[in-house]
Ligand binder design. Structure first.
Ligand SMILES: *Cc1c(COP(=O)(O)O)cnc(C)c1O
Length: 405
């Protein structure tokens, strides 16, 4: 493997994000292929015994086994790190493998973690169910309330963990304040950046320590594979995360890494176009919600309580928003009347997808936790894709009419 172009890291590191998205981290084999090669190999062979011995001690660079390193996965890791402005990145098999790895690699019994109460259902399960089983104390707070972060700090607090914008309520968290507070107390901030990706928001620029991803969402962007990634300093990734990952094996398959590499080539285009489309559709939904007395949660609209903050820390506000049509019956009536938008709980896809969080992604957390998070029975969460937004608006208008909204 060699790099036929881009061998000078001082130059490749200075490329701008749109360039990194198509070229960052590319390695080429002796064939000089244009597109990244897919190395579907679990193991590697060696010319002699000393070579493999040197690789296992770390004295020589090179592949040994795909749980430890794989060329296709390594290309994806380097590309994501470059896009994120991080020293290093490691890819995992899914977003939840990434979140679990990012937390368990650094927490021990007796430590304390503060997490945002509005979060992806499985992220809440880590805080509410998994970590306490291993003697890790957890506090769950309203992440939009800056004073709540400070009030939650204990002498044994090790980690702050939150999403922004959050799934599915679109809460926006003040990255600069919360990550700065973490730094001042020697706490590691872990930001789940799945809703935005580096194309729209770079948490490290605002002082975050670790950025964790479901790459299943906007990074793949075409609804094909599960993938995850964790980015951070060389010290965190290589000394804290890597020993955990290499020995527990939540690794990404080379095939899925290759699919996400192809997805990244168009990430910037998709994230921007989908954000534009989501604003157009959001303005329409807001006008219908105003007439019907419903609410809309869209960080790109001035009606969102943290609209100004969203514009300060995001280049654009992303493809996802939520709205409340008043009851489960009306929400189901809207879903059942769709002709173009699909009923689906995925997000970040090039297709527009609508889902009812209370009966799907956040069904298993219990009524009380749902109410506390602000997930109502009438809430619908939409991902706006790359279709013409006028067709999506027509479809929603027809569905609202049929549902009597
Ligand atoms: C989807 C999602 C996850 C989990 O990712 P998977 O790839 O489905 O495991 C975690 N956090 C957020 C914010 C998500 O949207």
């Amino acid at each position: 493997m060699k790099k036929t172009t881009g061998t000078d890291r001082s130059i490749t590191r200075s490329w701008r994000p749109a360039t990194q998205a198509v070229r960052g981290g590319t390695w080429r084999s002796e064939h000089g292929e244009t597109s990244e090669a897919l190395f579907l190999s679990s193991g590697f062979t060696y010319d002699d015994a000393q070579t493999v011995a040197d690789r296992f001690t770390g004295e020589a660079q090179g592949m040994t086994y795909s749980r430890l390193q794989n060329p296709t996965v390594a290309m994806l890791e380097e590309r994501i790190a470059l896009l994120e402005g991080a020293d290093a990145c490691r890819a995992q098999a899914s977003g939840m493998a990434a979140m679990t790895t990012a937390l368990l690699c650094q927490l021990s019994a007796g430590d304390h973690i503060v997490g945002a109460r509005a979060a992806f259902g499985s992220c809440r399960w880590l805080l509410d169910s998994l970590l306490p089983r291993f003697g890790i104390e957890t506090s769950v707070i309203d992440a939009t309330d800056s004073a709540a972060w400070e009030a939650a700090i204990r002498p044994n607090t090790k980690v702050f963990f939150f999403e922004t914008p959050a799934n599915p309520t679109l809460d926006v968290v003040d990255l600069e304040y919360v990550c700065g507070l973490a730094r001042a107390h020697g706490i590691t901030s872990v930001v789940d950046n799945a809703f935005a990706t580096s194309a729209l928001q770079r948490p490290l620029d605002f002082g975050a320590d670790v950025v964790a991803y479901s790459a299943t969402k906007l990074m793949d962007g075409q609804g094909r594979v599960l993938a995850g990634a964790v980015c951070g300093s060389d010290q965190f990734i290589n000394e804290v995360l890597l020993p955990f990952q290499r020995n527990t094996g939540p690794n990404l398959s080379p095939f899925n890494a290759w699919v996400v590499l192809k997805g990244l080539e168009t990430l910037d285009l998709r994230a921007r176009r989908q954000s534009e489309n989501a604003l157009a559709v959001g303005r329409f939904v807001e006008s219908r919600m105003d007439q019907a007395g419903g609410l809309i949660m869209h960080p790109g609209l001035p009606s969102h309580p943290q609209h100004d903050l969203a514009l300060r820390q995001m280049a654009m506000t992303g493809p996802i928003f939520a709205f409340d049509v008043g009851s489960r019956a009306r929400a189901f009536a809207v879903l059942d009347a769709l002709e173009l938008v699909d009923i689906s709980n995925n997000i970040g896809d090039a297709r527009s997808l609508l889902c009812h969080p209370a009966s799907t992604t956040h069904a298993n957390m219990g009524d009380e936790a749902r109410a506390e998070m602000g997930i109502t029975e009438g809430m619908l969460r939409i991902n706006i894709g790359l279709e013409d937004p006028l067709d999506v608006i027509d479809d929603l208008a027809r569905a609202f009419d049929r549902a009597g909204i």
